[in-house]
Design a protein around this ligand. Structure first.
Ligand code: 13P
Length: 250
């Protein structure tokens, strides 16, 4: 049985007062999520403060990015070791916004995956196709090459300590969610790709769906065979919405 995960990706949002109210409310609710893990990923400056507010067994702290380097002259970067030291457990890597706006290629994402695991943290590696790729019939090819780049660099065995998030770019922040069938199809594709190299790792791999998940569509998405929870953007900024999504997962 794969334990669901619901992760809150705050993106570039929030402030200290939101940390104290939202993290506290999500942490409290996580205690009721008896069969799901809850991951809260605020911006870097709020990680330490958030960590202090997370004390429920089901709730974890996550970061939204990490450097592909470990240390040195890389102004503005934050290493996975630093994130581990302050109590993060998960790190989102390869989000489509990082790929799109900050030039992160498949190979950079693969390097970050390795660094995050070397620091003892769990990568949540994001994959997803654009609308144009989908319309041109290139969805499968896009997803497979994103996954394969990480497998080639990190090795399949390291997927036993990783999470994958499928986020179709056309569904992010648009209000246009993939239908449960559309999402299930891609989740099965991802699991099948991993299964070609290891059936046991594939069967344990948690694959989250992200893209306009809300309290009112979460349950039918999470009911799909290969959907093991969600990576939530906009709706994670509202405690009632996000906690309802957590409840839908377990
Ligand atoms: P929305 O939930 O706002 O569509 O964002 C999804 C996402 O990108 C989470 O990482």
């Amino acid at each position: 049985m794969r334990r669901p995960i619901v992760a809150a990706n705050w993106k570039l949002n929030g402030n200290r007062s939101m940390v104290s109210s939202l993290v506290a409310a999500v942490n409290k609710h996580a205690a009721s999520a008896v069969s799901a893990d809850v991951v809260i990923c605020p911006p870097f400056p709020y990680l330490v403060e958030s960590r202090a507010l997370i004390d429920q067994g089901n709730a974890y702290l996550g970061a939204q990015n990490a450097a592909k380097e470990t240390n040195g002259a890389y102004t503005g970067e934050v290493s996975a070791e630093m994130l581990a030291e302050i109590g993060c457990r998960f790190v989102i890597i390869g989000h489509s916004e990082r790929r799109q706006y900050y030039g992160e290629s498949d190979s950079i994402v693969a390097e970050k995956f390795v660094r995050v695991q070397e620091a003892g943290l769990i990568p949540i590696v994001c994959v997803g196709e654009s609308l144009q790729q989908r319309e041109q019939g290139k969805m499968e090819q896009t997803i497979i090459s994103q996954i394969q780049a990480v497998i080639a660099k990190a090795g399949i065995s390291n997927f036993n300590n990783a999470v994958v998030a499928y986020e179709p770019i056309w569904a992010i922040g648009t209000g246009e969610t993939a239908t449960p069938d559309q999402a299930q199809q891609v989740h099965a594709l991802i699991r099948g790709e991993v299964a070609q190299q290891s059936e046991s790792i594939a069967s344990e791999l948690r694959i989250l769906y992200g893209g306009s998940v809300k309290a009112d569509n979460a349950a039918e998405l999470f009911a799909q065979t290969d959907i093991d929870g969600g990576l939530i953007g906009g709706a994670s900024l509202d405690a009632a919405q996000f906690n309802a999504i957590v409840s839908a997962a377990g």
